[in-house]
Structure formats: C-alpha cells, structure tokens
Design a protein around this ligand. Structure first.
Ligand code: TYD
Length: 137
C-alpha cells in the first residue's frame, strides 16, 4: 500500500514545540494547497473517495482521528494522534476518516489545487480502476 507514516522533527525549546514542513525537504512534493478539517461532528465519517493523481500529507495537528485505507487488495486502519507524525498518501488509495475527537484539527497538504475531476467517489469504480492498473503492469 502506498502509504507511509512520516516522523516530523519537532524543534522545541523551553518555550514549546515547532514543526516545519518544507516542500522537497521533509515533504516529497511541492505544496499547492493546504486545507484542514475542523469541528467534525461526533459519529461523522468523511472521505469515501480515492484520488487519481493527488499526493497528500495528513497531520492531526490537534486531537485525533482514524483513517481507513484500502488499496483494493488490503485494508488498514491508522489512528493519527500526534502532530509530529504525517500520513503520506500517494497512489490509488480509498480513504475514509472517522472517530474524530471533538478538538480534532486535521491538516492536509496537497500537491494539486482542488479538482473534482481527480476524485473517484464510487467504490466499485475505484476497484475497476485498480484492476485496470494491475492489468497494465
Ligand atoms: P469533501 O470532499 O466532501 O470533504 P471530505 O472528503 O473530507 O469528506 O469536501 C467538502 C466540501 O469542501 C466540498 O464542497 C468540496 C469543498 N472543498 C474545497 O472547496 N476545496 C478543497 O480543497 C477540498 C478538500 C474540499
């Protein structure tokens, strides 16, 4: 599965901590967009899509949430709860997010602007595209 948990260096001193994300240094892509999910209501599940090309790094800068990740062959759950840990999402990966804590702020850095055409929002279509890619390899 094309996912990786990346440790992010905390530059701290007695005043507190600081984490810097720099494109093509500790991020393997150029940042074209940043968005964050806030105030997610209890019991809500979000996501339910994959991306054709987009690369993203997700960080729970506050609180926690859980990702279900599915590459068409295996499924994996990852809990994000540490601002010093980034979840790198590349390639064809179906994602669902849930179990957001009340205080959760989930920040996402992306290498493309928002483009609905890059979304696969239907799971069956996602599986078809995964299978097509496998045949082409
Ligand atoms: P949506 O894709 O439903 O979020 P999620 O996959 O996290 O559940 O996005 C919610 C709304 O925000 C939808 O109207 C599209 C819009 N949106 C943007 O305008 N820009 C963005 O970068 C993103 C991610 C979403």
């Amino acid at each position: 599965m094309n996912i990786e948990l990346v440790p992010l260096q905390v530059r701290g001193d007695e005043r507190g901590g600081l984490i810097a994300l720099e494109e093509e240094k500790n991020l393997p892509f150029k940042i074209r967009r940043v968005y964050y999910l806030i105030d997610t209501k209890p019991g809500v599940k979000r996501g339910f899509h994959a991306h054709k090309e987009l690369r993203q790094l997700a960080v729970a800068v506050r609180g926690e949430c859980t990702f279900l990740l599915d590459d068409g062959s295996c499924r994996r759950e990852i809990k994000l709860h540490d601002p010093a840990q980034g979840l790198l999402l590349t390639g064809l990966v179906w994602r669902e997010m849930f179990d957001f804590s009340e205080d959760c702020v989930l920040m996402v850095l992306a290498d493309q602007l928002y483009d609905e055409a890059d979304y696969i929002r239907n799971y069956d279509e996602f599986i078809n595209i995964v299978n097509l890619q496998k045949e082409q390899k």
